[in-house]
Design a protein around this ligand. Structure first.
Ligand code: ZN
Length: 283
């Protein structure tokens, strides 16, 4: 499943199409008819958690996409011959599971196998934002509100971090590594964890996911983070180094900080990984 940084990356790629009129196509579904966007241009794209919203010029509706486990959004350049209308004369080959294609003179946006592909009116978009918690990668996310949501619940912090209605965009890898970095046991009830620790956790989520967005993959290892930040500061791409996690997918192996054995357990909808030796159980 794409974590939030990946969906923000998709929004950035879709924004490359802003202002270019295009041909909209795809199988008309019950809730999304690609024809409503035909001849229009992308006005803006944004992510909130794992949801992607694409607005078109001159259209009252917004395309709403959620990619689930297998969905994909691709934006690529093409060199197809153009017709009199300034748009490509022919369509590219149709990939399996195509839900929406938007083809401009130079670029091709394709959405395949999404779990949600629908159009929302302004009210629907507002309702979506309302039901999603603060997203560490959104400028409008209020850190105090995010911390308050985590701190007022008696549910386990490991469950809260994956609940998109509490905070949004954090997936299973970030959950495991953020809690390890913060030295908090995922079973700690939100209300038992000191506010300062939650503030630190939220800021770390912003920092890590910002690097993840820039790098295009999840970087959590301290040394790799330092190297990735250096590259991003210089505007250089971050290579796909071998991923190094402290606890994620490391059940039964030694914790790199204290040497204790990493544990794993189903928590929320996915498996949580943590070190009982150095992650403190609060409450
Ligand atoms: Zn440890």
């Amino acid at each position: 499943m794409a974590e939030g940084h990946a969906v923000h990356g998709m929004a950035a790629r879709v924004r490359r199409l802003v202002g270019q009129p295009g041909r909209s196509s795809g199988p008309p579904g019950e809730v999304f008819d690609p024809a409503v966007h035909d001849g229009l241009a992308v006005r803006d794209a944004e992510a909130h958690g794992k949801h992607l919203l694409v607005r078109m010029t001159g259209s009252p509706v917004t395309a709403h996409l959620h990619l689930g486990m297998h969905g994909r959004v691709s934006v690529r350049r093409h060199r197809r011959a153009l017709g009199a209308d300034g748009l490509p004369r022919t369509d590219p080959p149709t990939p399996e599971g195509l839900a929406w294609r938007f083809l401009t003179a130079t670029d091709c946006l394709e959405v395949t196998r999404p779990t949600i592909c629908e159009v929302l009116d302004a009210e629907g978009v507002a309702a979506l934002h309302d039901r999603l918690g603060p997203d560490p990668l959104r400028d409008d996310a209020d850190p105090e509100a995010a911390v308050a949501r985590l701190h007022r619940s008696r549910r386990a912090l490991g469950v809260l971090l994956l609940d998109q209605g509490v905070v949004s965009g954090i997936g299973n890898v970030y959950r495991a590594e953020l809690l390890w970095r913060a030295r908090i046991d995922p079973h700690s009830p939100g209300r038992a964890v000191p506010v300062e620790a939650l503030q630190g956790l939220w800021q770390d989520a912003i920092d890590l996911m910002t690097v993840g967005l820039g790098a295009g993959w999840i970087v959590t290892d301290a040394r790799q983070l330092g190297d990735a930040r250096d590259l991003l500061t210089r505007g250089a791409p971050v290579p796909r180094w071998r991923r190094r996690y402290a606890v994620y997918l490391r059940r039964g192996r030694p914790c790199p900080r204290c040497g204790d054995t990493v544990r794993a357990e189903r928590m929320g909808l996915q498996t949580a990984y943590w070190c009982p030796g150095c992650q403190v159980l609060h409450g």
